[in-house]
Design a protein around this ligand. Structure first.
Ligand code: AMP
Length: 206
């Protein structure tokens, strides 16, 4: 269930431009219904907070679950899809806006560019690659957008374990590890991200 939240504002977002969160998540749904539930909860929270979703634009997998929930709740969802994936049965038919770009590289750059913050939900290789890219770009100082990882059922435990090893082995600093917020609770993660964007203006009530 989604708790009502006040409209979110932050950065240059305002009445003319809603806050936008780019979401990376699976093109599959996973076996455990907890993943579906997490995507639905996140979609509902984003819509309730007045945050526009920017994502891969698909109707399949956790992407579809999240977008369906947000759109049904009156939220906005923009898809950014490369020509090669712009296919019936893949592209969500109810998107608020669709951007078709020439290739995957353009698409990933655009997904990052449009975001005020980046949320990552459970997914597979595509999600991992997207997370690694925005995380390494933050490490290089190419952007300073908040990145948040929804660790449903500790799904990302082994990835986080690897990053701990990388830190201990001297390949990653603790500060760079801490560039990404990690929480298993969607509402708490959203609260943290919204607070980091506009601490004075956003007081979530859930
Ligand atoms: P995966 O985690 O491998 O299922 O890949 C999901 C991620 O890659 C999403 O965040 C999308 O941005 C992108 N992606 C993968 N497959 C598709 C697809 N068929 N349509 C749109 N985006 C996709």
């Amino acid at each position: 269930m989604t708790t009502a939240v006040p409209p979110a504002v932050g950065h240059d977002a305002g009445p003319e431009r809603p806050l936008r969160f780019t979401v990376f998540c699976g093109s599959s749904r996973g076996w455990d219904p907890a993943y579906d539930h997490a995507a639905r909860t996140m979609g509902g929270l984003l819509a309730a907070a007045g945050v526009e979703i920017v994502y891969g634009g698909a109707c399949i997998g956790l992407m579809g679950v999240m977008a369906d929930t947000a759109l049904t709740a009156g939220g906005r969802a923009t898809g950014v899809i490369p020509e090669v994936l712009n296919l019936p049965g893949v592209v969500h038919p109810g998107l608020t806006r669709l951007e078709v770009v020439p290739d995957m590289a353009t698409r990933k750059a655009r997904l990052c560019e449009l975001a005020d913050a980046i949320l990552v939900l459970p997914g597979g290789l595509g999600t991992l690659e997207e997370l690694a890219e925005v995380w390494s770009w933050a490490q290089l100082g190419l952007h300073d957008k908040p990145i948040a990882l929804l660790n449903t059922g500790d799904y990302f435990a082994s990835l986080l374990g690897f990053l701990r090893c990388a830190d201990e082995a001297g390949f990653l600093t603790r500060a760079d590890r801490d560039l990404v917020r990690v929480d298993a609770d969607p509402a708490r993660l959203m609260t943290e991200v919204l607070s980091s964007l506009a601490p004075a203006e956003v007081t979530p009530t859930w």
